[in-house]
Design a protein. Structure first.
Length: 282
């Protein structure tokens, strides 16, 4: 079967230095299709490809593909292909689709404007959402795993050596990522997580305690910063949306990785106070 790519102005948008038109030509050539482009006025953008003057002149059905489609993966099933954004990506026919639709979803999005190039980034977000939704994971399980990892991160603070602190920081980064997954799972599966507040509070307390012990070994006043940070963080978390746990954990991880525990605790206090003031104003 021949593939006809419908070129337009949007198909000339570039992603990673390559036009959508050229990208689609290469994709279908690799799949073993004979590729042609319509209309012929786009010859200069694809000089190595045969041009079609009119779709009505086709003697047999072809796979008609929009030139401004960003395609991640394409499987030849069905005859009417819909992208992840709900837009038509292509069909099997001639100038118009005729017959009974066999609709198939494909890993692709249509780019209608330069702003739509953001869809390419969102495509990977959709993939992550689909993966999370298809798993048997529940928000409660993520919270439990996050708490257990927090205990491990705490243990890495105890030796007070950089290699262990660095490893603990990586774990904390991962806990911050899991916080995002837990939120996504709650929305995607519409499940309440009764363990969220309690386990997150204990996990954060465990991490702050480890950071405080590390900081105390350098300056004894660190315990005051640690207790203040933990107390204010707990109060702020009770307000819900005012406490941005993911960024709070990222700040701890970066400060630990830079091996500046006391400055990290002071920075956390400042961040929490700013969030608290902003929350009280709202």
């Amino acid at each position: 079967m021949k593939v006809i790519i419908l070129a337009n102005k949007q198909s000339l948008f570039k992603i990673n230095g390559k036009t959508l038109l050229r990208r689609n030509i290469e994709i279908f050539r690799k799949m073993g299709f004979e590729v042609a482009v319509y209309p012929a006025k786009y010859k200069k953008y694809a000089p190595d490809v045969k041009m079609i003057r009119s779709l009505k002149d086709l003697k047999e059905d072809a796979l008609i593909i929009k030139g401004n489609a960003w395609i991640k993966n394409f499987k030849m099933k069905g005859n009417y292909f819909i992208g992840k954004d709900g837009n038509l990506i292509g069909y099997i026919g001639r100038d118009k689709f005729k017959g009974k639709k066999e609709i198939v979803g494909v890993e692709a999005v249509e780019i209608k404007s330069e702003e739509d190039l953001e869809k390419v980034k969102n495509f990977y977000k959709w993939k992550i959402d689909e993966f999370l939704k298809s798993t048997y994971l529940m928000p409660q399980q993520i919270s439990i795993a996050s708490f257990l990892l927090a205990i491990i991160a705490f243990l890495f603070y105890l030796p007070k050596e950089y290699i262990f602190i660095f490893a603990g920081s990586i774990i904390i980064f991962f806990i911050a990522l899991m916080e995002n997954w837990e939120e996504k799972l709650r929305k995607l599966k519409k499940e309440e997580n009764n363990l969220d507040f309690t386990l997150d509070m204990f996990a954060d307390a465990t991490i702050i305690l480890g950071l405080t012990i590390f900081a105390y070994s350098r300056h004894h006043i660190a315990w005051l910063f640690g207790i203040s940070t933990l107390s204010l963080a707990t109060i702020l978390k009770a307000y819900g949306e005012c406490f941005h746990r993911q960024w709070f954990l990222v700040a701890i991880a970066i400060g630990s990785m830079l091996f500046i525990p006391n400055i990290t605790l002071i920075a956390l206090l400042i961040i929490i106070v700013v969030w608290l003031i902003k929350c009280l104003k709202e």
